[in-house]
Design a binder for this molecule. Structure first.
Ligand SMILES: [Zn+2]
Length: 468
């Protein structure tokens, strides 16, 4: 076969040569026989693999290392971190806006879930407005008083949230010329001139716990402020134990009686003779931490177990002369009784010293033995003792107050808004009382009255001292 091709080529060469020399048919002047121009042979262009052509790849954990073509005939290395080819998966971050509008108590809430390969991973947030409370499954943001819509960053994304004023139990105000009587959203008569209270609902439905911050002062002769000695100092261990124990048993009772308040002890101090009602000035000058109350545990004076300031107006953002004082020799029910006065409760008509409540005159007062779950007493009435007195409520059954006693009264409410329901009155003012000082409030919130949470209806508290 090869031999035949060679022969044919030779024959052709011979024939062409022959025609070329003996015939003028290739003359360019003859238009019927054009010549073919000679094309120069092109220089061959090298063909390389396109840049990025992968020659080899290898995973080290989630890092992918590839050898690829550089497009010039060479190779280069390409490294990809967190490569899906090596099994890398992006973290799964899910932010749920549970509640985007809130206030100082009813918090804005975001649920955040961040996992990587099924394991929980850290995430962060940047919230300028409000106080962030980290929860088990996200964050809550309590208003710091700066109303309006704000933007925060949660797990890398921006979210909007809004702070509004707290709802109040607004009703009507009857004008009687020299005085006025407010009737709240449920028709309850309030003390003259008192503002409508912050209100989210009846205490059987709104069970949110509110904290009242208390400083306890104990008499201690070592701190008399004289001859270079300090006026305020640390308590001894026994005093500290008593202080903590008192708060503990008060909180146990609050829970038992359906009072949605817990006392938060923020300091116990020793001082000369805390009968002086001026210890609040040491809060204002920074010697003592801010509190809603100062409880003076010492001698209340001859013949008295205790005395207290009484007002129906709270929510003042300033440390007023708010105190309760009781005799160390009296029982812890005196502490509760004086605290009751400080939050506007009064004695009932069955007490030698009737005064009535200044928050809700119709029921923020005590009832005597024989009218509370059988023979028991309301805390705001004289008589009885630690185990036979309580703050009462139409929502709390006698069984919770006295589970092992006078069972014929189980099934009966401990109090009534017709006459005496001190625990109920406490629940109704608990939010306002916690705002005697507001540890979370941002300074701008009160500096700017247009934006401030301060109630425009707010008036300076009327204050009086009530003894025993
Ligand atoms: Zn009293």
């Amino acid at each position: 076969m090869k031999g035949i091709i060679v022969i044919a080529a030779l024959l052709c060469l011979t024939a062409c040569d022959k025609g070329g020399s003996n015939d003028n048919s290739s003359n360019p002047s003859n238009p019927n026989n054009p010549s073919t121009p000679v094309t120069p042979t092109p220089t061959p262009v090298p063909v390389y693999d396109p840049q990025g052509t992968v020659y080899s790849s290898e995973c080290d954990e989630y890092t992918l290392t590839e050898v690829i073509a550089d497009g010039q005939g060479g190779e280069e290395e390409r490294i990809t971190q967190d490569s899906t080819e090596c099994g890398y998966e992006d973290p799964i971050v899910d932010v749920e806006v549970v509640q985007d509008t809130g206030d100082r108590f009813d918090r804005v809430e975001f649920k955040v879930s961040a996992t990587h390969y099924g394991e929980e991973i850290d995430w962060d947030f940047d919230i300028e407005y409000g106080t962030v409370i980290e929860t088990e499954d996200g964050i809550e943001i309590a208003s710091d008083g700066r109303l309006g819509t704000h933007v925060g960053i949660i797990a890398g994304e921006e979210y909007q949230y809004t702070f509004v004023r707290e709802p109040k139990c607004e009703g009507t105000v009857e004008d009687h010329g020299s005085f006025s009587i407010p009737y709240d959203c449920q028709g309850y008569r309030q003390g003259s001139g008192t503002p409508f209270y912050i209100w989210y609902g009846e205490p059987d439905v709104d069970t949110r716990i509110v904290y009242w911050d208390v400083i306890q002062m104990y008499a201690d002769a070592r701190y008399d402020g004289l001859e270079g000695r300090p006026l305020i100092g640390e308590p001894n261990d026994y005093t500290l134990y008593r202080s903590e124990h008192l708060v503990k048993i008060v909180n146990e009772r609050f829970e038992q009686w359906g009072i949605h308040v817990r006392i938060r002890l923020i300091g116990t101090y020793a001082t000369r003779s805390p009968t002086s009602l001026t210890y609040h000035k040491y809060i204002e000058d920074g010697t003592l931490p801010p509190a809603d109350f100062i409880a003076n545990n010492q001698n209340a004076g001859a013949g008295y177990c205790g005395f207290a300031g009484q007002t129906g107006t709270f929510r003042d953002h300033k440390m007023k002369n708010r105190y309760l004082t009781f005799h160390n020799g009296c029982s812890a029910d005196t502490w509760l009784h004086e605290m009751g006065h400080a939050v506007g409760l009064g004695h009932g008509p069955q007490t030698d010293n009737p005064g009535g409540g200044v928050t809700f005159p119709d029921f923020a007062q005590g009832a005597g033995g024989g009218s509370v779950c059988g023979p028991h007493y309301d805390m705001m009435t004289y008589g009885g003792g630690w185990n036979s007195k309580s703050f009462t409520s139409p929502y709390v059954d006698c069984e919770r107050h006295y589970p092992d006693q006078y069972k014929q009264y189980h099934g009966t409410p401990s109090g009534s808004t017709e006459f005496s329901a001190t625990g109920y009155a406490i629940n109704r003012v608990r939010y306002d009382v916690s705002l005697v000082h507001d540890e979370w409030e941002h300074p701008e919130a009160t500096d700017n009255p247009l934006e401030a949470m301060v109630d425009p209806d707010y008036s300076e508290p009327v204050y009086q001292v009530i003894y025993d």
